[in-house]
Design a protein around this ligand. Structure first.
Ligand code: FAD
Length: 416
């Protein structure tokens, strides 16, 4: 097959790799707006702090040559002509395809007036992150305002604080990372953030990003104006779907795909941050913009493009904060639990959200060893009422599950 992959992020390069492996006599053109070899965005902060190229270039900088992929950098797709099956680039070039993988990812976003002003910075791609960090390194920026306190905004705030920037994070809710952490768990993150020098302004509504000709500040709903050298709008991510307008590919927030990751147009599949898939637990359509979803979807999408009939189980919500000093893992949802079990000692914390006696979400800080067990119980939808409060107590682990399954009660109770 003559295939084109739009994007060389984790989803795109994994799709291109799969196409080369399954169809060695076919051809793969991989297009990216980036000037860089395929990289892993979660490794960017480490790269900027340490200068290390690994794990940033997670597949090796020579991955395209090694696999025989025709990788074209700085190639922006502006449209898809689904009638003639051609991808149209910004320079007017048209490239014909038989099968197309859209893996164009997402960018940081905030639904605010002024969010598209020049000078509003992004940290979602290595190109935009290099521009942002370059301003700090050149001494052009000593202060930053980040509107939004999701995982990426928080990760960026830590990086900037480590680089000596005076950082303020503005959040509408009263606690950080409100989509995945509850107000109790987020206290651990907030303590770590403030001890690292990040200023948190929570429970504050940003009204608009302002500046002329480029962004210099954020006006709050109460009329106050905060100013800084760097302005980042990061309340969420927005999938890159603009080039699909008029193509017939159905989109909502992201690209609508079915369980085979096929779009509404024959011969076009989608994977990664750009794809609006169903949530594995709730069945709701959602863009879960995380690395494991991207690399799980890409091989399925690519194989199906070549004629396979693989099904995708659905996306997961799972986040971990790597640079806080205290490890934090959050998975699933905190919406509408029947019960929340919680255990905490200082910065060591476990909170498990239950509905119908099954785990629908969990948050761990400090000792995060139980994360794998919670995850497994959650995705397999195993009832957990038999464990009672032990579920969140120190030491709960796979051994408890095995002992219980063998009819011996919990491991530690048996040992006692
Ligand atoms: C700072 C940071 C930290 C993160 N930490 C974590 C983490 O700890 N754990 C986790 O699971 N996830 C994390 N993520 C999220 C994770 O990086 C993404 O889910 C993942 O990168 C998605 O991969 P993707 O290939 O779908 O999209 P992207 O990585 O966004 O790649 C998109 C690709 O499409 C290309 N593209 C876009 N538009 C066009 C166009 N018009 N024409 C041509 N090419 C185009 C881009 O150039 C790029 O090559 C983090 C992200 C960031 C930014």
């Amino acid at each position: 097959m003559r295939a084109i992959v739009i994007g060389t992020g984790p989803a795109g390069i994994t799709a291109a790799e799969t196409l080369r492996r399954l169809d060695p006599s076919g051809s793969v053109v991989a297009l990216t707006t980036e000037p860089f070899a395929p990289y892993s965005p979660p490794a960017m902060a480490d790269h900027f702090l340490t200068g290390r190229d690994l794990p940033l270039y997670w597949k090796g900088q020579d991955v395209a040559d090694r696999l025989g992929i025709d990788e074209r950098r700085g190639a922006r797709v502006e449209g898809i002509d689904t009638g003639s099956r051609e991808v149209v680039l910004a320079d007017g070039q048209r490239i014909a395809y038989e099968g197309l993988v859209v893996a164009s990812g997402s960018r940081l976003h905030a639904p605010l007036a002024g969010a598209d002003l020049p000078g509003v910075l992004d940290f979602k791609s290595l190109r935009t992150a290099t521009e942002l960090i370059g301003r700090v390194r050149r001494g052009e920026a000593t202060s930053a305002l980040i509107v939004g306190n999701g995982f990426i905004g928080i990760e960026l705030s830590l990086l900037l604080a480590d680089l000596g920037v005076d950082v303020t994070v503005i959040g509408r809710r009263d606690w950080v990372m409100p989509r995945v952490l509850d107000p109790v768990s987020s206290k651990v993150a907030e303590a770590a953030l403030t001890s690292r020098g990040v200023t948190l302004r929570l429970g504050v509504e940003a009204d608009a990003i302002v500046g002329d000709p480029s962004a210099t500040g954020v006006r709050l709903a109460d009329g106050r104006l905060l100013e800084a050298d760097l302005i980042v709008a990061a309340t969420g991510v927005k999938p890159h779907t603009e080039f699909l307008i008029g193509s017939g590919v159905e989109t909502g927030w992201g690209i609508h795909v079915d369980t085979r990751l096929a779009t509404s147009v024959t011969g076009i599949v989608a994977a990664g941050d750009v794809a609006e898939t169903t949530d594995r637990l709730t069945g709701e359509r959602y863009v879960h913009a995380i690395f494991p979803n991207a690399v799980a979807q890409a091989p399925i999408a690519a194989a199906n493009l070549l004629g396979a009939d693989l099904r995708y189980d659905g996306a997961e919500s799972m986040n971990s904060l790597k640079h806080l000093g205290v490890p934090i893992v959050a998975m699933g949802t905190i919406e509408s639990p029947d019960e929340v079990l919680r255990w905490q000692e200082g910065a060591d914390l476990r909170a498990v959200y239950l509905r119908d006696d099954k785990i629908i979400g969990a948050q761990l800080a400090g000792d995060i060893r139980a994360a794998g067990v919670y995850h497994s119980l959650m995705v397999q939808r195993i009832p957990v009422d038999r464990y009672g409060r032990r579920l969140v107590e120190p030491g709960f682990g796979m051994a408890d599950i095995v002992f219980e399954a063998l009819g011996h009660g919990s491991a530690s109770r048996s040992a006692a």
